[in-house]
Design a protein around this ligand. Structure first.
Ligand code: SF4
Length: 335
């Protein structure tokens, strides 16, 4: 499991937002001001073939935008995305077509991601035909097999999305993702809209399918418990930046970035005798329209130093394959 499938280098995604109008009463001049949402800022990471990289962070940290950029559902502003050795970051729509099949996405809300007017059998059949995998009766038979693979039955072929429960709808969304034999799946909060009892079933299904088809996942979630359960490695995002990444074991047993430490301190401990001091972060996540200078976490960080306000910390390796962006890990004179 060492070959890289995905390499993301210095990825940036900015969204221009409606221009504000500033009215200067004294000079009677209208001035338009362009604003930009800094959704993803200079993110670099890689995902090995056959692994699950968990991407965790609060809502608004840029996780979903990063996931969509990686599979080119949205275009990055700059940076590189290398998929299985090919730079796909600048490919045009028609050139991307052959990669579309290899990269699929599972969304948080299974219902809104399914067409309510098409039976699930026909939906899968169309996917198979669109990607020229098979057609006609063969495609319909294949659709039935895929439904069985995700724990549904052949009899479900003629049903419509509204006739399924939430968990079954997510199984259909998974069926659609695996139908075209992808190599890589971005699963964006795939269980967060489901009941806890159903969540475990869907997570187990995703893990089974990963083993069976040697899939590679980017698994996005705000839920650390889910991330811990499913991921081989974890990347922690805060306000558009990855602030820490490492193996799941390193991240959970030795969280090094103060933000990761705060997130993990909020996890419940199964042993009622054990104690963990919960770190309560002050304030809210700042606006991504105007992220703080220096370390973006500095307004909320309990260890903030003067240099944190001005100098952005670089990502450094604190132990093997465990990277952190924080001045606490630099010697004073290194900055
Ligand atoms: Fe806190 Fe400074 Fe580290 Fe940022 S760089 S996390 S503000 S100690």
């Amino acid at each position: 499991m060492s070959e890289m499938l995905i390499q993301v280098k210095n990825l940036v995604k900015h969204f221009p937002v409606e221009k504000g109008i500033i009215f200067y009463l004294s000079s009677k001049i209208f001035k338009r001001e362009e604003q930009v949402v800094h959704a993803v800022c200079d993110v670099s990471l890689d995902i090995k073939k056959g692994e699950t990289l968990g991407l965790v962070g609060e809502s608004g940290s840029g996780k979903s935008t990063l996931g969509k950029c990686i599979i080119r559902l949205i275009d990055p502003t700059s940076g590189k995305i290398i998929f299985d050795g090919t730079d796909i970051s600048l490919l045009k729509r028609n050139e991307l077509r052959k990669y579309r099949r290899k990269m699929q996405m599972i969304f948080q809300d299974p219902f809104s991601s399914l067409n309510p007017r098409i039976s699930v059998g026909n939906m899968l059949k169309r996917m198979l035909e669109l990607h020229e995998i098979c057609e006609g009766k063969e495609a319909l038979n294949r659709a039935k097999e895929i439904l069985e693979m995700v724990g549904l039955s052949r009899e479900h072929t003629n049903r419509y999305p509204h006739q399924f429960s939430g968990g079954q709808k997510q199984r259909i969304a998974i069926a659609r993702a695996i139908a075209v034999n992808p190599d890589f799946i971005v699963a964006d909060e795939p269980v967060s809209s489901l009941d806890v009892s159903i969540q475990a079933q869907i997570l187990n299904l995703l893990m089974e399918l990963k083993e069976r088809f040697n899939l590679t996942y980017l698994f996005i979630s705000h839920d650390l418990g889910v991330i811990k359960h499913i991921s081989d490695r974890v990347a922690v995002m805060y306000l558009g930046k990855v602030v820490e990444r490492g193996s799941t074991e390193d991240i959970f047993s030795n969280p090094s970035h103060p933000y990761t430490q705060a997130l993990i301190s909020s996890l419940p401990i199964p042993d009622p005798e054990a104690k963990r001091d919960r770190i309560i972060l002050k304030g809210e996540v700042p606006s991504s329209l105007k992220p703080p200078e220096g370390c973006r976490f500095h307004p909320r960080c309990p260890y903030m130093m003067e240099r944190c306000k001005k100098i952005e910390p670089k990502m450094i390796e604190v132990s093997k394959d465990h990277y952190v962006a924080c001045h606490l890990y630099y010697e004073e004179n290194e900055n």
